[in-house]
Design a protein around this ligand. Structure first.
Ligand SMILES: Cc1cc2nc3c(=O)[nH]c(=O)nc-3n(C[C@H](O)[C@H](O)[C@H](O)COP(=O)(O)OP(=O)(O)OC[C@H]3O[C@@H](n4cnc5c(N)ncnc54)[C@H](O)[C@@H]3O)c2cc1C
Ligand code: SF4
Ligand code: SF4
Length: 409
């Protein structure tokens, strides 16, 4: 990457730090008025229904796929053609942001690029040159105070901005949007789950690979395998989820924020770009007319395929909930015997849910984790923190609000 202060891509110094307790350092606590966290935070008193009505003009339906994925104008399976080098999937996210800059629809994009000192650490950047969006490609593991960039962006005179971010950042941005004084904010969101600190992620890479410094790419794929690529000459490889050394990780490897997160699919973005429901391609949820306008900028550069929807998720989700309940109750996880792992790893992609059913399963699993971990660790937060859409997702599995746990609406 070129110097981060070159024209076209800047990494402004951001003061302060995260708040104590549940905080993913989204950036609000580093702004001129850190008290805004009280209004903005996903972990304090999120109001998804109110925000959906403001952003999309209506709340999500409680039946059908909107109950899982949020307000949807169109759902698509796409790939950028040709795929962009260095992208996490095919590069639709950064290509959309680059097109917004190229066409003059926005003056600046707020997103993250790799920190020059550590490629896995996300560094908040303001991009004004579309060619430099390429440097933001790829996923970093860790928390980045990207929302705080709104202040230097405004000070630099930008009036129309795009924001690329994960759900907890987007919740905060939407809560503050009306007071920020921009003419236009376009939000390109990605789904997010199981984030952790960059330091923890380095520990994970060291457990997965004897020479982790050569790893240039890591992803959990929708075919139940994770893919590892190297830039030290070794060929790429895939490892079934079940063979990952997850049980060897310390109990606090995934922070409480990400175990109690209430939005997997970035419900408040104008457009969500992920992979979960894409069955090997990318999975795109256009949520409103602004999102449709952004996607139209890639006309002729994306190939589409019909969404797939196979298998049954209920058994897998039930098993996951039973395991999580055991772990959340402090009991050891029932580890699968070593001899059974190769068999289960072989079976999973063949009989497990695929396409949209895989995405529904993951969304239900994450919702159940939220309820179980909050119930164990922070029961008094449940009433304010768990939105009705999460309770609806877990109800079929017998998880219902107890006294004082909320759930109305
Ligand atoms: C921690 C994490 C967990 C994720 N989990 C899932 C998941 O479970 N299911 C799913 O479908 N998708 C998930 N995603 C999104 C997925 O990894 C891809 O980013 C997405 O599919 C877009 O791919 P792309 O090729 O279009 O992105 P690219 O064009 O390569 O662009 C990637 C974009 O992601 C942004 N980004 C990278 N790292 C971070 C970060 N740490 N914080 C905020 N923004 C970042 C960059 O600014 C860049 O704009 C996750 C992303 C993150 C950061
Ligand atoms: S709003 Fe952001 S900075 Fe403030 S507490 Fe929440 S996650 Fe942390
Ligand atoms: S899992 Fe949720 S809380 Fe954690 S980083 Fe992702 S969006 Fe934020």
């Amino acid at each position: 990457m070129r110097d981060a202060t070159d024209a076209g891509l800047t990494a402004p110094a951001l003061r302060g730090g995260p708040r104590k307790g549940l905080c993913t350092d989204c950036g609000v606590s580093r702004m001129a008025d850190p008290r805004a966290c009280g209004r903005a935070c996903q972990f304090i008193r999120p109001d998804y229904a109110g925000a959906e009505a403001r952003v999309h003009g209506r709340t999500a339906r409680t039946e059908g796929d909107e109950a899982f994925f949020g307000v949807t104008q169109a759902m698509l399976r796409l790939r950028l053609t040709p795929p962009a080098a260095g992208a996490q999937w095919t590069g639709i996210t950064t290509a959309l942001a680059a097109r917004l800059l190229e066409t003059g629809a926005v003056d600046a994009v707020l997103c993250v690029a790799p920190d020059p000192a550590d490629r896995w650490k996300p560094m908040p950047v303001i991009v004004t040159d579309p060619a430099r969006m390429a440097e933001a490609r790829g996923m970093r593991m860790g928390f980045a105070p990207t929302v705080a960039l709104v202040e230097p962006a405004r000070a630099a005179g930008h009036r129309r901005i795009a924001f690329v971010g994960i759900p907890c950042q987007v919740h905060a941005l939407r809560a503050l949007e009306a007071r920020l004084g921009f003419e236009r904010i376009v939000v390109i969101g990605t789904p997010c789950s199981d984030n952790t600190t960059t330091e923890n992620f380095h520990r994970f890479l060291a457990a997965v690979d004897p020479r982790p410094e050569g790893i240039s790419y890591f992803e959990f794929r929708a075919d139940y395998r994770c893919e590892i690529r190297y830039d030290d000459g070794r060929p790429a490889r895939t490892v079934p989820f079940l063979r990952l050394p997850l049980s060897k990780l310390p109990a606090d490897f995934f922070p409480m924020t990400c175990r109690t997160c209430v939005d997997y699919t970035n419900r408040l973005a104008d457009i969500t770009v992920g992979y979960m429901g894409g069955d090997g391609d990318q999975w795109v949820i256009v949520r409103n007319p602004a999102g449709a306008g952004v996607l139209a900028l890639l006309d002729g550069r994306v190939a589409s395929a019909p969404l797939s929807d196979r298998g049954r998720r209920r058994g897998a989700v039930r098993g996951f909930i039973a395991n999580t309940a055991r772990a959340a109750g402090g009991l050891p996880l029932r580890a699968m015997p070593d001899w059974a792992r190769p068999l289960a790893a072989w079976l999973q992609p063949r009989i497990g849910p695929r396409g949209l059913e895989f995405a529904r399963a993951r969304v239900e699993m994450k919702a159940a984790e939220t309820v179980l971990h909050l119930r164990r660790a922070l029961p008094r937060r449940m009433k304010a923190m768990i939105p009705p859409h999460v309770w609806r997702l877990v109800a079929p599995y017998g998880l219902r609000p107890g006294p004082g746990e909320g759930g109305e609406g």
